[in-house]
Design a protein around this ligand. Structure first.
Ligand code: FAD
Length: 411
């Protein structure tokens, strides 16, 4: 006889995508397991800006008030810092939510945001396995069995096997691994590697979020919680390798990738240099990637996929957290109240993929187009010239990236 399911759903990964689907399902009475490999709170490569359109969803996930009281200032202006040019324009406001001032996005550190979300999912009844890594998914009748290894456990024999009819991959897209939902990792010169750091004492105006362009990459800066300024960027692997060689030979010794990135941004982008002049690092630079922008499947191999696993926009539009939260919510809406058999899961998968495409494909494509221009030969100079003549193109870019679009189910 086959062992009974341990849960109705197993969610792998406790980023915003995993916690939003887990919380929504647990609220409906599902027995949900969340498997997360890192100990929280943990910092993450991310710019940490989130559009205000998500606030209604954060309220429904029970963390709206905590987000309002802890996030950084409202971002009312968007800018381009490129070479010696700094140009700014108004940020479009979302339809205000229930609380005054809900019309503009703000930034909250991922160490804080992800912990709030996971605590809320736990309070809703989800069982959390942490720090534990999901290392295999195998079919087991109408269920699938997920092998979960405790990190720091003494031996592989200590693995726990969880079984459920619904498996949700929410493990992000930047790390390779043995799961069928994890992406293959092949190093290519054009790969974009992600970097991020916090600084305090920055002179960046509190209501301004600049897009940074520099040779071989792009990035962003924003004031987040507790006076921390979050700077994050992507840089081509081949450019980073070349710059690292140049800097190491100039300094006569080893230099870290993070040192190279900071040196490069400061040397080539006046706005970033000025914002960082008096600033002090708050913790080390973090690295991740390569990033994998693109639209993938929402359901394949009988595994539902949310957040970056389902699809990822270039971070140039700072919409990944929104897409993660909203795709988790969308999947929970489609899954409804019953797990059903595989045929029913397939039907849910098709509906979820269609809803995902309708909600997110424009912003993924808009981000791809903007990133192509920023990274292409002469692209940053072209962008600078257009934005200088028509600053409102920055506002239009923010609109195209979905910053004001309503979350499904909230009108
Ligand atoms: C440079 C940069 C800047 C960015 N800036 C912004 C921004 O300002 N605003 C914005 O909205 N988005 C931004 N993004 C994008 C955003 O960070 C991601 O889109 C978002 O984190 C995706 O959320 P997720 O829940 O899908 O995955 P993640 O946040 O990556 O979470 C996945 C979780 O799964 C866990 N995990 C992985 N594998 C396993 C396993 N096998 N077992 C158990 N657990 C596992 C991980 O530890 C992690 O906690 C940026 C990205 C980059 C690279």
């Amino acid at each position: 006889m086959r062992p009974a399911p341990t849960h109705d759903a197993i969610v792998i990964g406790a980023g915003p995508a995993g916690t939003s689907v887990a919380l929504a399902l647990a609220r409906r009475g599902w027995a949900v397991a969340i498997v997360e490999k890192s100990v929280f709170p943990r910092r993450k490569v991310c710019g940490e800006y989130m559009s205000a359109s998500n606030l209604v969803l954060l309220d429904r996930l029970d963390i709206g008030d905590a987000w309002r009281s802890q996030a950084g200032p409202e971002i009312r202006r968007v800018a381009l810092f490129s070479s010696d040019t700094n140009t700014e324009a108004p940020m479009p406001g979302a339809r205000p939510g229930p609380t005054a001032g809900d019309g503009f996005g703000r930034a909250l550190g991922r160490d804080i945001l992800d912990t709030l979300l996971l605590d809320a999912a736990r309070s809703a009844g989800a069982e959390v396995f942490q720090p534990c890594r999901a290392v295999a998914i195998e079919r087991d009748g109408d269920c699938q069995a997920v092998r979960v290894e405790a990190i720091g456990g003494k031996s592989r024999d200590e693995a726990t096997i969880l079984r459920a009819p619904v498996i949700v991959a929410a493990h992000g897209s930047w790390e390779p691994g043995p799961l069928p939902s994890q992406l293959e990792k092949k190093g290519r010169p054009s790969d974009l590697l992600g970097f991020k750091a916090h600084f305090t004492g920055s002179s960046l105006p509190p209501d301004l979020m600049p897009l940074l362009t520099f040779p071989g990459g792009y990035g962003g800066m924003v004031l987040a919680d507790n006076g921390r300024m979050s700077i994050s960027c992507c840089i081509r692997r081949d450019v980073l390798t070349r710059l690292r060689g140049d800097l190491a030979s100039g300094r006569g010794g080893h230099v870290s990738a993070a040192e190279v990135v900071e040196h490069h941004i400061v040397a080539t982008c006046r706005g970033a240099r000025e914002a960082l002049e008096q600033a002090r690092p708050d913790g080390p630079w973090l690295a991740a990637g390569p990033i994998r922008p693109g639209i993938r499947s929402g359901y394949k191999d009988d595994i539902f996929r949310v957040g970056n696993v389902a699809g990822e926009s270039h971070p140039i539009i700072a919409e990944g957290i929104s897409m993660a939260l909203q795709s988790g919510w969308l999947l929970a809406l489609e899954l409804g109240t019953a797990a059903g058999g595989q045929a029913e899961r397939e039907a849910v998968g098709r509906r979820y993929e269609a809803a995902w495409a309708e909600l997110f494909s424009t912003r993924v494509r808009a981000a791809e187009a903007i990133a192509r221009i920023a990274l292409g030969p002469g692209g940053a100079a072209l962008m600078e010239a257009v934005v200088r003549s028509f600053p409102r193109t920055l506002t239009l870019g923010a609109l195209l990236s979905g910053k004001t679009r309503a979350v499904p189910g909230f009108g």
